[in-house]
Design a protein around this ligand. Structure first.
Ligand SMILES: [Fe+2]
Length: 208
């Protein structure tokens, strides 16, 4: 018998936005679209979608589900505050891709699939701490040894993950536009729960 240990827990939920909400979010994302295979709002000076009226619904959904996620992970959410820090659209077309990266500026990251189809490229998550990486062994990756987890995008699906998990969107022969919205979420703690390992809520900060 083999037992597996040490989970990487990623949250997933399927949402149900109205046609109007989707239309208005898509309209906002069209502002960054241009003749390139991969376009990201964070590199095109458009990374505060959470302050736009058309993203109020998504803000509230991300709030609800970040709280559910951290509750499941064992956090006491009654002493935590959640802030949308940055949010931007990612548009990938045929042969477009997003190289492997992390989001070192935040605690949780969320991806919402606004417009995808069956040919859309998957999202890959990686572990870099697998004990099998770097061992002088050759093996076919299976359920005991895999170090890449793949998500095929589904329209209106929201995925939330710790921001320090490496992830990428691989290049593929996708036909239509693949449009997703990314949020970076900062989680802070109230003064009554001050913890050395957490960020104190900015309401107690002073700008210097
Ligand atoms: Fe990312």
């Amino acid at each position: 018998m083999i037992k597996t240990w040490f989970p990487t827990s990623i949250y997933q939920v399927d949402l149900n936005p109205s046609e109007d909400i989707v239309f208005n979010m898509l309209k906002s994302t069209s502002k960054i679209d241009k003749d390139e295979k991969s376009i990201t709002g964070d590199l095109n000076n458009n990374y505060t979608l959470h302050n736009h009226k058309s993203f109020e619904w998504l803000n509230s959904q991300i709030s609800i589900h970040c709280k559910k996620y951290l509750t499941e992970l064992g956090c006491n959410i009654s002493v935590l505050n959640f802030y949308a820090q940055k949010s931007w659209a990612v548009i990938c077309k045929q042969d477009g891709y997003i190289p492997k990266h992390i989001h070192p500026n935040s605690v949780l990251s969320a991806v919402f699939y606004l417009m995808v189809d069956e040919s859309s490229s998957p999202l890959n998550f990686y572990t870099e701490t697998s004990p099998y990486i770097g061992l002088p062994l050759v093996y076919d990756a299976n359920q005991y040894t895999f170090d890449v987890a793949q998500y095929h995008p589904i329209e209106n699906r929201l995925i939330i993950f710790p921001s320090n998990i490496p992830h990428s969107v691989m290049s593929s022969n996708q036909k239509g536009k693949r449009i997703s919205i990314t949020y970076d979420i900062t989680v802070t703690c109230d003064k009554i729960y001050n913890s050395e390992s957490m960020i104190l809520d900015p309401s107690f900060w002073k700008k210097l």
